[in-house]
Design a binder for this molecule. Structure first.
Ligand code: B12
Length: 217
């Protein structure tokens, strides 16, 4: 298969909610030495976006979306094993990461957590549907210099704004850099709520995190 065919097959496997096909494509990509992140960003993720569009249009239903996300998670698991270990000595910085409360979407946040670990960050992954107070408590407990929050719904992105305020009110906002992301989040939103950075995908997020903590790639 050509590289392009692999990317197309990855997208098609997620849209078909076919876990076997998705993991098969992922294995094939690894065998051919394709860049795992390219396959995630240009194959599986566009597939998930299409799934979201089909769901919104009422052509795909929740059980199928669940199967599609399981297919993506399995395939990403295969690809993640092939990510290079770029860890430097010690750790670059610590980040508290989680999906905002009320929101169970965690695939993208999971990819981000993995990639940040690859680049030497110590990741405190709080999971999904995380109460805002848990972000604050973890920052206080660990002294992490970065806080990353993920939101995939218009109803939960407001939690990112509330988190900014909570960190400010608790007097810790000056000690941390905040990053926001997730399908509905934009640079405009990040600027509006006063977050330090926004990134469209995990790769860009790592680059911005390294910039925020003053590290070269
Ligand atoms: C998969 C999925 C689900 C799965 C989630 C499984 C899981 N474990 O995550 C299931 C089936 C459970 C689900 C449920 C629901 N979903 Co849903 N879901 C999706 C879907 C199709 C894909 C999301 C995804 O995984 N994308 C792939 C990943 C890789 O991309 P990503 O998350 O964007 O992450 C990347 C970047 O955004 C970035 N990033 C992510 N987080 C962060 C954080 C930081 C700090 C940074 C810097 C970067 C960053 O890096 C990531 C990797 O590159 C989206 C459609 C879409 N367009 O996103 C809808 C979507 C998000 N869901 C939607 C809805 C409405 C729901 C439900 C309410 C449906 C229902 N009626 O029950 C429930 C919500 C339940 C809840 N309370 O949370 C809507 C939200 C609409 C809106 N604007 O608010 C969407 C947009 C679909 C749609 N078009 O209608 N969903």
């Amino acid at each position: 298969m050509s590289d392009l065919e692999i990317l197309e097959a990855a997208k098609a496997a997620v849209i078909a909610a076919d876990e076997d096909a998705a993991t098969k494509v992922a294995r094939q990509a690894v065998a051919q030495g394709l860049d795992a992140l390219k396959v995630i960003n240009e194959g599986f993720t566009p597939g998930m976006r299409e799934v979201g569009d089909l769901f919104e249009r009422g052509t795909m239903f929740l059980p199928e979306v669940i199967l599609a996300s399981e297919a993506m998670v399995a395939a990403v698991g295969v690809l993640e094993e092939s990510l290079p270990d770029k860890k430097k000595d010690g750790h670059v910085a610590s980040i508290v990461l989680g999906t905002i409360e009320g929101d169970v979407h965690d695939i993208g946040k999971g990819i981000l957590a993995t990639l940040m670990r690859v680049y030497g960050f110590q990741v405190h992954d709080l999971g999904r549907d995380v109460p805002l107070t848990s972000f604050l408590e973890k920052v206080k407990q660990t002294g992490a210099g970065l806080v990353g929050s993920s939101a995939l719904m218009t109803t939960t992105m407001v939690g990112q704004k509330a988190l900014e305020k909570m960190l400010k009110d608790a007097g810790v906002r000056d000690q941390v850099k905040t990053m926001v992301g997730g399908a509905v989040v934009t640079q405009y939103w990040a600027d509006r709520i006063g977050a330090d950075a926004y990134a469209e995908n995990a790769q860009e997020a790592v680059a911005k995190a390294l910039e925020l903590v003053g590290h070269d790639r």
